[in-house]
Design a protein around this ligand. Structure first.
Ligand code: 13P
Ligand code: SF4
Length: 312
């Protein structure tokens, strides 16, 4: 059976929209109605009139789409597609942590569970994190969760002293600094482009730091011919499509591995996407109470982004 043909047919029949993250396999990116970073995907989920959202990404992304647009059925091709960063911040532990800082506001990176979102004042993504933090008064005390690397990066460039939750992404945090230095020595003409979930030592060496979408835009418009890419390998698909004459080298996790796949993102396949569209499951289900509480910090983020014109 031709999965691509069947997906296209069912999508039309069911008035569905397929939203895909840049870390999805190329075949999924190519069939999606929209491919983007976490912010772009949340903005698309807000503005769609479709009857069904098929979210080709991970659980927290599909959950966010459901919170933003609760009247639409949101499907995730594989419910096991979680996120190590979201898992690194268990709600019970975070509740106790937050109680130690009663005069702090909580800014949470979108890579967290709906339960953490209900305990947050504003959500941010890597595409708007610095601007969201800077939208608050300089003397505002802030807890930043769950990514210590992104939080540390924001502290560095804004001069703030946000209290950081000690979480990280297993894919970005293990990118090897030794491998990067070796690649830089071997390719002195290449620019290092890094996602802010990477360790501080990697970010210090980077020529450009940004969300997946910003990294893509940078490699599109920048004049260099060669880039060392410090993020998940899925992004290479769009980079190569947009700049076929440029060379992209993905940072290996160690000497024996030349690729860098998020095991959760890569659980989605074309066959699972087809089955999910056909059977209209697995569906993201959340209680009305969680939706009511979690939508407040998410809409704060969406509204600040609109005001600051951060539209993907
Ligand atoms: P973006 O905000 O760049 O989409 O990153 C999401 C993510 O999960 C990175 O690991
Ligand atoms: Fe989560 Fe990291 Fe995978 Fe992104 S790359 S979805 S942060 S585990």
């Amino acid at each position: 059976m031709d999965n691509v043909r069947e997906i296209k047919k069912l999508r039309k029949e069911k008035d569905a929209i397929i939203l895909a993250h840049y870390y999805q396999i190329p075949e999924i990116q190519d069939i999606a109605d929209y491919v983007g970073d976490s912010l772009g995907l949340a903005q698309k989920a807000e503005n769609t009139n479709a009857k069904l959202i098929i979210f080709a990404g991970v659980h927290f992304m599909a959950e966010t789409a459901k919170i933003i647009n609760p009247n639409i059925k949101v499907l995730l091709p594989d419910l096991e597609a979680g996120c190590s960063l979201a898992e690194s911040c268990p709600p019970e532990k975070f509740k106790k942590f937050k109680e130690q800082y009663p005069d702090h506001l909580v800014i949470s990176y979108i890579n967290c569970t709906a339960a953490i979102k209900t305990m947050s004042d504003i959500i941010c993504t890597s595409g708007n994190a610095v601007k969201i933090v800077e939208s608050l008064p300089k003397n505002q005390k802030i807890i930043f969760a769950p990514d210590k690397n992104l939080g540390g990066y924001i502290n560095n460039i804004t001069g703030r002293k946000m209290v950081l939750w000690n979480g990280f992404c297993e894919v970005h945090d293990i990118l090897s600094i030794e491998a990067i230095i070796k690649l830089k020595i071997k390719n002195p003409d290449a620019k290092l482009v890094a996602h802010p979930e990477c360790k501080g030592q990697v970010l210090e060496l980077a020529d450009f730091i940004g969300s997946t979408n910003s990294m893509l835009n940078f490699t599109k418009t920048d004049k260099s011919e060669k880039y060392i890419i410090a993020t998940e390998s899925g992004i290479l698909h769009q980079m190569q499509k947009n700049s076929p004459k440029k060379e992209f080298i993905i940072v290996p996790t160690d000497e024996t591995c030349s690729c860098n796949d998020c095991p959760y993102m890569k659980l989605n396949t074309l066959e699972k996407l087809y089955l999910c569209l056909k059977n209209e499951e697995p569906e993201i289900k959340l209680s009305n109470e969680i939706i009511k509480q979690a939508k407040l910090p998410i809409f704060k983020m969406l509204n600040i982004s609109k005001k600051l014109n951060i539209i993907k």
